[in-house]
Design a protein around this ligand. Structure first.
Ligand code: FES
Length: 494
């Protein structure tokens, strides 16, 4: 018998991006009933789906390897308490099903005996009673016959214990809680823009209301919820995890840059190293109790400690990392004498441990809610906001495909080519093309020609970042080729 699962769960079971399944729904290859897809349909489309190949067993087997130790166990499995609660709940469901089955079985046997008796009373020659008896016996034999189990059904049961499925109201967004993640951490890992502040249970900004399912507290909190709030089911998302396999919570999510509050905080330099002769990687880390909330693709103003009176080095730089790791912020700083921050970083004046003040975030170069294939185009360090957007898109897992075109105006300009290779090797729906041209505008024209060859028969959303000449030229080429302005998102640097 077919089992019904959400698209989100289906993608987990067959190991493909959600966007790919959604595309098949739009193409009519997958039929939904109440938003659910049958495991029978999934197995027809993905006959290779096997528990052994899903990665589930692999993950469990790895846990036995002591070399991975406690850290791996914590990443993959929930705490013992949560695991026990999920297993207990699943056992309750199983016991319930068994009880019902036993009652149905007893009912069918009683009916069969009654039919026999009536048939005997009728002298053994009542054809309708005989036909009913045969129908019942055949049906019983079929129900008791051993059939091969639905492998996706089994995998779904395993997944329910290892990771919980959380549904957000009113947006309907869904995400998985794995390992010992809090609801907040898991939601951010899934690319969702949940409301939060401190991340450690003291500000109350991550308050959510549980409307279905159970949660378990995993962190001591200082923020006092009122008795009325507790009675209504409010909990702090940063301090709780999902204790049941399915959980529904009500919460607000940021819809865009206007919903992200302005912040000021002091981070410290974790690392500073050269990615290429003219490009530095600046890795900042915020204090545990003070994180930077931002959207992928946004920028922040960096302020270096003054060397003396009137010395004020600050500059706006795009964040190159994903908002899902809000403590570790990466920046690709190009050599630029007109940028006071870059000049001091290249002069070697800043070292690990130094304080850097952050103001922001700012910028509207963020992912739009869109189910089209995504095309990213970057020139030089325009790769920074593009990398942040790609990581965010990968977390969201909703784009049917992702393409990256990266132009370098210097021979060493592809300072993260390895990262592109790693994405393309690890992810089916990711492709990239690197190009080099000393002139950004000419490089953009050539890039548009390459896109035309690869993508113009596809309806895509385009994200372009880099120097003005590059962004302007590429956007003009794409507009001239018929891409609507609503599908063009641009970020030009000085
Ligand atoms: S984020 Fe501050 S209490 Fe949860």
């Amino acid at each position: 018998m077919s089992h019904w699962v959400t698209i989100w769960r289906a993608a987990q079971l067959v190991g493909v991006p959600r966007g790919m399944l959604q595309q098949r729904v739009r193409a009519g290859e997958i039929e939904l009933a109440d938003g659910l897809v049958s495991t029978e349909t999934l197995l027809r489309l993905y006959p290779q789906a096997r528990l052994e190949e899903s990665g589930l067993l692999e993950r469990v087997v790895q846990i036995r390897d002591e070399a991975f130790g406690r850290r791996l166990r914590e990443r993959v499995l929930p705490s013992q308490e949560v695991l026990a609660r999920r297993l207990f709940r699943q056992s309750q469901e199983l016991a319930d099903v068994q009880r019902h089955l036993q009652r149905y079985h007893a009912l069918v046997i009683a009916l069969r005996d009654e039919l026999r008796r009536l048939h005997a009373e009728a002298g053994g020659d009542e054809p309708r009673l005989l036909a009913l008896q045969h129908q019942l016996n055949d049906g019983l034999a079929r129900a008791l016959a051993t059939e091969s189990v639905d492998v996706l059904d089994v995998m779904d049961d395993v997944l329910k214990v290892m990771s919980a499925q959380v549904t957000l109201k009113p947006s309907g967004h869904q995400f998985a809680v794995e390992g010992r993640d809090s609801l907040l951490q898991a939601g951010m890992r899934a690319g969702l823009q949940l409301n939060y502040g401190c991340g450690n249970g003291s500000c109350g900004m991550c308050k959510v209301r549980v409307t279905d399912g159970e949660v378990a507290r995993i962190l001591h909190t200082d923020y006092p919820l009122s008795e009325a709030e507790k009675a209504q089911g409010y909990v702090l998302a940063c301090a709780h995890t999902a204790a049941s396999a399915e959980l529904t919570i009500e919460t607000l999510e940021a819809a865009g840059p206007d919903d992200i509050p302005p912040q000021q905080l002091v981070a410290s330099v974790r690392a500073l190293r050269a990615l290429a002769p003219d490009t530095l990687l600046l890795h900042l880390q915020t204090p545990r109790s003070h994180r930077l909330r931002f959207l992928a693709g946004q920028s922040i103003t960096l302020g270096l400690p003054p060397r003396g009176e009137g010395d004020d080095a600050h500059a706006l730089h795009p964040i190159a990392s994903c908002p899902c790791d809000d403590r570790n912020l990466h920046f690709f700083i190009p050599r630029d004498d007109g940028d006071a921050v870059a000049a001091r970083l290249f002069a070697g004046e800043i070292k690990a441990g130094d304080a850097v003040t952050l103001w922001g975030p700012s910028g509207r170069f963020v992912l739009a809610e869109d189910t089209r294939p995504l095309v990213f185009a970057a020139c030089d360090t325009g790769f920074a906001p593009v990398k942040s957007l790609i990581e965010h898109a990968l977390s969201l897992d909703s784009a049917p495909s992702i393409s990256l075109f990266w132009l370098a105006t210097r021979p060493d300009g592809h300072f993260m080519a390895n990262q592109c290779r790693a994405w393309s090797e690890a992810l089916d729906p990711f492709e990239y093309a690197l190009s080099t041209h000393a002139d950004a505008a000419t490089g953009a024209t050539q890039m548009a020609a390459a896109m035309r060859a690869d993508l113009f028969d596809i309806d895509c959303a385009y994200y372009i970042a880099g120097p003005h000449a590059f962004v302007r030229t590429l956007a003009q080429e794409l507009s001239a080729a018929g891409v609507p302005a609503s599908q063009l998102h641009t970020e030009a640097s000085a």
